[in-house]
Design a protein around this ligand. Structure first.
Ligand code: AMP
Ligand code: MN
Ligand code: MN
Length: 420
């Protein structure tokens, strides 16, 4: 089928998926999802044309683009010519790096015999679920896979299939063909300390993420902020590559999707997210069992820490801003661990009229960890970036190594500015 006809047909019936094409000797691709043209790219000379699932697209909007060889204006013009529509141009979010399409990532992983998967310090369900899901699929393909996390496996996620594969990061990383980071917005959050120094010639080959604040570290990046979880990126990757999607892979990925979407409640949860969930459940993920494991499985110590955090909750501006602070004594007296704070900050948003919730954790060493959550009016990712933190518009964090008490005051003063 002629490309122009194919694209016209695709637009008139609407579509969601990836279209790859060759136009005037140039390879290109477009990613369409849920009524938006997410990403368009023109590149080299070879290519193929592929059309996936047909759905409705009312209007084509280029949300972002990254172009290696061709100026963005040329891409917009070409897309307009090819599709015969006017393209809305939105500026790319800060720090966004998107490779042409899954193809290059698929090829890189397919060619590697040994792969190391890394994710961020203080790991959450998505950090574990995305690395374990990808790792188990690559293992089923016969590759050698190691999954490392600086903080190892925490007790809440021991139920994950083959959880023993998640190892504490060794002081020196072993040799591997490919080093892949998942769900980690900055290289520092990999917690590798000095082991990434060029002197030992170790560096991240692929940076796979969904944080718009991703700094673009590593040799290649695959950052898709339209995905509410990296587990979703991995689900699409495995589906596109037709790699093994066993019940264990599906279970790990479902946990990433479930936890990072706050049980499919947060902004960013799209029709595509439910397609992914449907696929994972069809492949063997058990929604009732996994909800129980993720949300009704906490230790008494963690519950006691939550009680203390709630007892200390402060209300400002008629409850529009809520915040609470945990001290080292709260941890020792409740017997809780640092990882036991997961979920506490969200509770501060439960109240009607609350827009912004903050959790401050003062550390023994004088440092401070800040967690921010927003119902939508305030972009907490931008707020966190002002203090060298990061995250998503609805969920972000900041770390301070020293002067925690003073830093807490500075952050609080900044938060209050949103309401005066
Ligand atoms: P948390 O409050 O730790 O649950 O983090 C919320 C979100 O912000 C997550 O997506 C984290 O990846 C991100 N985040 C947390 N702390 C930092 C930080 N110090 N720098 C950059 N991103 C962060
Ligand atoms: Mn995460
Ligand atoms: Mn994530």
């Amino acid at each position: 089928m002629k490309l122009k006809k194919l694209l016209k047909q695709c637009l008139s019936s609407g579509c969601s998926g990836t279209i790859r094409f060759v136009h005037e000797g140039r390879r290109g691709s477009m990613h369409l999802r849920d009524g938006q043209l997410l990403h368009a790219e023109l590149g080299g000379a070879e290519g193929e044309v592929a059309l996936f699932q047909m759905l409705e697209v009312p209007e084509a909007t280029v949300v972002y683009d990254t172009v290696s060889e061709v100026a963005p204006a040329t891409v917009y013009r070409t897309v307009e010519e090819l599709l015969g529509v006017t393209v809305k141009k939105a500026s790319p979010p800060r720090g966004l790096f998107v490779p042409p399409h899954y193809g290059e990532l698929v090829t890189a992983l397919a060619q590697a015999e040994s792969v190391i998967l890394l994710s961020h310090i203080r790991p959450d369900g998505d950090a574990y679920g995305s690395t374990l899901g990808l790792g188990l699929s690559l293992l089923a393909l016969g590759k050698r896979v190691r999954i490392f996390n600086r903080d190892g496996l925490n007790s809440l996620y021991r139920f994950l299939p083959r959880a023993e594969l998640i190892e504490r990061t060794p002081a020196r990383l072993p040799e591997a063909d490919l080093l892949v980071a998942l769900d980690t917005s900055t290289e520092e959050r990999l917690g590798l300390g000095d082991s990434l120094r060029p002197a030992v010639s170790v560096s991240v080959d692929w940076n796979i993420d969904h944080h718009a604040s991703n700094t673009g570290y590593g040799r290649r990046q695959f950052v898709d902020p339209s995905q509410p979880a990296v587990a979703g990126v991995v689900t699409d990757l495995i589906a596109e590559a037709r790699w093994p999607l066993t019940a264990e892979v599906a279970t790990a990925l479902y946990v990433g999707l479930l936890t990072d979407t706050g049980s499919f409640r947060y902004r960013g949860t799209s029709p595509h997210t439910f397609d992914q969930a449907a696929l994972l459940v069809a492949k063997g993920a058990d929604p009732a069992e996994l909800a129980k494991q993720c949300y009704q499985n906490i230790s008494v110590a963690r519950f006691k820490l939550q009680q203390r955090a709630l007892a200390n909750l402060q209300f400002e501006f008629g409850g529009a801003l809520t915040h609470t602070t945990l001290t080292p004594a709260d941890f020792t007296e409740s017997g809780a661990l640092v990882e036991d704070t997961e979920g506490i900050v969200e509770t501060g948003l439960a109240i009607s009229g609350t827009e912004l919730a903050a959790l401050f954790e003062l550390k023994d060493d004088g440092g401070l960890k800040v967690s921010l959550r927003s119902k939508g009016r305030v972009n907490v990712s931008e707020l966190a970036l002002e203090f060298d933190g990061g995250g998503h518009p609805g969920a972000a964090g900041i770390g301070f190594k020293t002067d925690g008490a003073a830093a807490r005051e500075r952050v609080l003063a900044r938060l209050r500015k949103e309401f005066v």
